[in-house]
Design a protein. Structure first.
Length: 361
């Protein structure tokens, strides 16, 4: 006779009991399908859901392309999005940080893939995040062809998530930037930023916490928004305003002003024969930077090597092209100014030399 105890079946384990919801993942894929479709462009027209994304370089018009890849994240700016529950713009930041790096090489952004990870998938929140990614892709002219959503219980605190992005671009062979003819007298044209972009937020959050600033209160530097909303102003994407100038050969080099500010990023595209001289009085610095300076007693040197200070991209152009480049950028919707020039390099000198004083708007 078999006992009832020995005949009882043990309850089976499920993936859902461990904290991973496959149905939620499927619901997200269904929700973001139309968002990805809105980013289609020549060379990319496949549906989401395959094991890999496809892109046809020939259909995109390239004859002898060099591929250029970039990847990045949003950093601790995400913590502010999480704290105030606003998730629809950090995806723009994610795309911007990648595609702005591609155009610095002279490459046209073609496709984008994202990586989104959390402890527990919230379909509505994730859809908002991907809506921002799709918006960034539309601004950049890149197709969102796929990505990865990872639900990892135990890896993140409740409500936390992380984002990473990968962008691929291309340029015809022989057209990559920087060019090798940078020379003394070339003009530096600065393209204005939309505030902090996506860098320096560990310092920003430290100052906010130490000074007891309320993210839900009006921003001291922009009372029309809460502090949290103002700090989430998305990174500007410069692709569509710069690509025509790159294609016509009017730009010698570009520097994306990210972490490290102008001081650390501009030298990355200069040759050994030239340094840069920048006149700090040539543009108006957004008030968010003055607010940070006042709270942290940072000083100009720290501001310029931590934040963009109102300049998100710098173009190096021949002197005779400077007016044309600045005018074209303004017609494309950019605030652009001649902010300096290249000078002869001497041993022991700073690669970026500043004159004048920062002026706040």
């Amino acid at each position: 006779m078999t006992s009832s105890k020995s005949s009882d079946k043990r309850n089976g384990y499920t993936y859902a009991q461990s904290g991973v919801d496959i149905d939620a993942g499927n619901a997200l894929v269904k929700a973001i399908g139309p968002l990805a479709a809105s980013t289609r462009r020549s060379g990319a027209d496949a549906e989401l859901g395959g094991f890999g994304g496809l892109f046809d370089l020939k259909a995109a018009g390239f004859e002898d392309p060099i591929l250029v890849a970039a990847n990045d994240g949003v950093g601790t700016k995400l913590k502010i999005a999480i704290e105030i529950g606003k998730h629809d713009t950090v995806g723009i930041d994610l795309v911007a940080m990648c595609v702005n790096d591609l155009i610095v090489q002279g490459a046209e952004p073609l496709l984008f893939l994202d990586y989104f990870s959390s402890g527990k998938l919230d379909v509505k929140e994730a859809t908002n995040i991907v809506s921002g990614i799709a918006e960034g892709c539309r601004q950049a002219g890149a197709a969102l062809i796929g990505g990865e959503t990872a639900e990892m219980p135990g890896m993140y605190a409740d409500g936390d998530y992380d984002l990473a992005g990968f962008a691929l671009g291309a340029a015809e062979r022989g057209t990559l930037l920087p060019k090798d003819d940078l020379s003394e007298g070339d003009v530096l044209v600065g393209l204005c930023s939309h505030g902090l972009h996506s860098n320096g937020y560990s310092l920003v959050r430290r100052l906010v916490a130490d000074h007891g600033q309320d993210l839900d209160a009006p921003a001291p530097f922009d009372p029309s928004k809460t502090l949290g909303e103002a700090l989430l102003t998305p990174t500007r994407i410069y692709v569509k305003s710069l690509m025509p100038l790159i294609r016509e050969g009017s730009v010698k080099a570009l520097a994306h002003i990210t972490g490290g500010g102008i001081t650390e990023n501009l030298p990355r595209v200069l040759n050994s024969s030239n340094n840069a001289e920048i006149d700090l009085s040539k543009w108006l610095v957004p008030l968010v930077f003055k607010w940070l300076d006042d709270m942290g007693n940072l000083g100009a040197d720290e501001l310029l090597r931590t934040f963009n200070c109102g300049i998100g991209m710098i173009a190096v152009v021949a002197k005779e092209q400077a007016q044309h480049v600045a005018s074209s950028l303004r017609e494309a919707g950019e605030a652009a100014y001649e902010i300096g020039h290249l000078i002869e390099a001497h041993e022991g000198e700073s690669r970026v030399q500043y004159v004048g004083q920062l002026r706040y708007s």
